[in-house]
Design a protein around this ligand. Structure first.
Ligand SMILES: *[C@@H]1O[C@H](CO)[C@@H](O)[C@H](O)[C@H]1NC(C)=O
Ligand SMILES: *[C@@H]1O[C@H](CO)[C@@H](O)[C@H](O)[C@H]1NC(C)=O
Ligand SMILES: *[C@@H]1O[C@H](CO)[C@@H](O)[C@H](O)[C@H]1NC(C)=O
Ligand SMILES: *[C@@H]1O[C@H](CO)[C@@H](O)[C@H](O)[C@H]1NC(C)=O
Ligand SMILES: *[C@@H]1O[C@H](CO)[C@@H](O)[C@H](O)[C@H]1NC(C)=O
Ligand SMILES: *[C@@H]1O[C@H](CO)[C@@H](O)[C@H](O)[C@H]1NC(C)=O
Length: 341
């Protein structure tokens, strides 16, 4: 009787952990996206100055260290004269400029965030976090990253300016696809006394969405299960995350030497039977008619990655009635209106 309940319980548990999702459309986060917004704040003699703001509207997917990388293709022969709060990784070929040399002449600039602690005169609001941007679900006030750039050799009015195209976003690693930018209602800004609103001269948006298939075709975590009345642990399937890295992992004997050593080169994944970087263990501690309690443990097997910010997403029909969560911050993603148990 109890076992049947347990079997039912187990068979209807689904996990979506950290990144594991098969399609661009995520039913647990249907509108999840990262929006890149350009607000033109002034026109200059040969272009404009814009504040670029990236907002991570995803409910549970963070941009983790080493952070985001953004790119685009200039529509004409634009250059960047100056940048605050972020930097272009290449200056590019500015040889046709005499006198004032632009900051970046690349046709497709690649931009990265500055690291925390850069001098104040290189900062703007919401910048300089090493590209780390938590999800909206975790902390809406921190889910923003901004920088400012001054563009030259471009249009100098909303009639003549050409929008940059083909935005790319790595967050970090692949997975994001960005729409072409579209002109939207100009952003309004509240002045510091809160009594006056100003607005951008022109605003455009590109919306980037995540696809697990683009990021990694194989899962990045596995789930094991156990219960108080059965000493057998249902482990992750063998090679759950593929065996191709088997010659490229760390055995117990090498772990001692690698901890504290230079971990920027060489394999960093601990050799396991499942070869997954992360394991989630689901242990049923109590299973009564009116309630049940589980303990979840997450193990990181990758010595090269520290997850200072992480979110575990769990889907189960009973989670519409979670009464108590210990040691975690918990937030429901959506009501299970259509699911019956
Ligand atoms: C992006 O996310 C925002 C905030 O949830 C939402 O208002 C907007 O419709 C989303 N855009 C797309 C194209 O999904
Ligand atoms: C943008 O990307 C599309 C599709 O990959 C390509 O056809 C087009 O030439 C690109 N535009 C620019 C300006 O690079
Ligand atoms: C414990 O679990 C294993 C694997 O699910 C099962 O084969 C076994 O019959 C269970 N033992 C008991 C006592 O329920
Ligand atoms: C770690 O190894 C990388 C690549 O060989 C090297 O560039 C870096 O300087 C090393 N770091 C330390 C702390 O030894
Ligand atoms: C992870 O964090 C530990 C403890 O703070 C630190 O010793 C280690 O160098 C970090 N590893 C990486 C890859 O950042
Ligand atoms: C949630 O649990 C409480 C207490 O067990 C119960 O009274 C309530 O009906 C449950 N709500 C739902 C939506 O199942």
């Amino acid at each position: 009787m109890v076992f049947n309940t347990y079997a039912h319980l187990v068979s209807s548990v689904f996990f979506i952990v950290l990144f594991a999702h098969a399609e661009a459309y995520d039913p647990l986060d249907p509108t999840g996206n990262i929006t890149i917004k350009w607000d033109v704040i002034s026109w200059t003699a040969d272009g404009y100055t814009a504040t670029v703001t990236m907002t991570n509207y995803q409910m549970y997917r963070h941009i983790m260290s080493p952070g985001w990388t953004m790119g685009w293709t200039w529509a004409k022969k634009e250059v960047i004269w100056a940048m605050l709060g972020a930097e272009a990784t290449e200056q590019g070929d500015c040889s046709k400029y005499k006198g004032n040399i632009p900051y970046c002449c690349e046709k497709k600039p690649t931009i990265v965030d500055l690291l925390p602690g850069v001098p104040y005169n290189q900062q703007v609001a919401n910048c300089c976090k090493g590209g780390v941007v938590p999800s909206w679900g975790q902390d809406p006030s921190a889910a923003i990253s901004s920088f400012q750039l001054t563009v030259g050799s471009s249009g100098t009015s909303s009639k003549t300016v050409k929008l940059p195209t083909n935005f790319t976003l790595h967050g970090p690693g692949p997975g994001y696809t960005c729409s072409q930018p579209v002109i939207v209602t100009p952003t309004r800004f509240l002045t510091s006394d809160g009594r006056r609103q100003t607005q951008a001269l022109m605003t455009w948006n590109a919306v980037c969405t995540y696809s697990q298939i683009l990021a990694s075709p194989s899962p990045t975590c596995c789930v094991s299960m156990s219960s108080f009345y059965n000493s057998t642990i249902v482990t992750c399937p063998t090679c759950a995350c593929g065996c191709q890295n088997r010659d490229n992992c760390i055995t117990d004997s090498t772990i001692q030497s690698i901890v504290g050593a230079n971990t920027t080169n060489g394999p960093l994944l601990q050799c396991t039977q499942h070869m997954c970087p992360i394991r989630v263990h689901w242990h049923v501690k109590l299973n009564y008619v009116s309630y049940w309690r589980v303990k979840m443990s997450i193990t990181n097997f990758n010595y090269g990655l520290n997850y200072t910010q992480w979110t575990l997403v769990v889907q189960h029909p009973n989670l519409n009635n979670v009464t108590q969560v210990f040691s975690f911050n918990y937030q429901p993603l959506m009501p299970y209106k259509s699911t019956t148990f």
